[in-house]
Design a protein. Structure first.
Length: 260
């Protein structure tokens, strides 16, 4: 039977749950405890220990202007606003994720987060604004040219937080579902930084509405050593590392707070 535009209408009285149900079954994040009666996802990203760690290491972001890359569903945006950021510019290329961020902004009453729909790479190439902090959780390993992203960011901030997966040959070769995702490696140089890229194919995950990766059918991962070397090459000398997890089901990962 053909669908009708009327299927997009809501018959029940206005409610926050109605808004969440526009993307029913697609949410990853569980809303904050004070919204426990609402159904969304299951992952506690609005109370993320990685963010609490970064905020503790930073000391304070009170009054800071923050650039957030890839907000997904606005969970970390919410935490950054609650931590006292003056302004958060949050850029999301996935249109479904962007609309979910707008729902979260309305439901949670966020007033200092400005969600923008688009690709942050050309934004960084044209940008002329300095930021007190760049926050990018779950982003770097979705890039086709990750070292170039770090190079671009280094021009506009002295502090970056990343949480990212990284390539480890031994782990990949020993893990069937990871091994099948990686096709080849190539050499790359970005402003004097020589490194190896490991191509990762998204494959069948591109067919799901829950997909939250990059904007191409593949991404390029760097290994852990190259990520650290890259940050140092582009001026970030104070590196603080946490949340190292080599047995993560989607590949080894860690948090790194990098400061000049």
């Amino acid at each position: 039977m053909a669908t009708s535009i009327l299927d997009s209408y809501v018959a029940s009285p206005p409610s926050d749950q109605n808004a969440l149900d526009i993307f029913g079954g697609e949410w990853a994040s569980r809303l904050p405890a004070e919204f426990a009666e609402l159904r969304a996802g299951t992952i506690p990203l609005f109370e993320d220990g990685r963010v609490y760690w970064a905020l503790q290491e930073l000391g304070s972001i009170e009054g800071s202007n923050v650039l957030e890359l890839g907000p997904l569903e606005g969970a970390h945006s919410f935490m950054l606003e609650r931590a006292g950021a003056k302004s958060i510019t949050s850029i999301e290329a996935n249109t479904r994720a962007f609309l979910k961020c707008l729902i979260v902004k309305e439901l949670l009453g966020l007033s200092r987060v400005h969600f923008r729909c688009g690709n942050f790479v050309p934004f960084l190439q044209e940008n002329r604004t300095r930021y007190d902090l760049v926050f990018a959780a779950g982003v770097l390993y979705h890039m086709s040219d990750p070292a170039n992203v770090i190079a671009l960011l280094s021009a506009w901030t002295d502090r970056i937080y990343f949480w990212t997966h990284y390539y480890d040959r031994d782990i990949v070769l020993q893990t069937a579902h990871l091994r099948h995702n990686f096709s080849k490696e190539s050499q790359r140089s970005v402003l004097g930084f020589d490194h190896t890229l490991h191509k990762q194919e998204y494959g069948s995950s591109l067919q799901t509405k829950q997909f939250c990766g990059g904007s191409q059918s593949f991404s390029n991962w760097m290994n852990r050593e190259d990520i650290v070397r890259c940050l140092k090459h582009f001026g970030f000398k104070d590196l603080r590392i946490a949340h190292e997890q080599r047995d993560h089901p989607h590949g080894p990962c860690f948090s790194v707070l990098a400061q000049k």
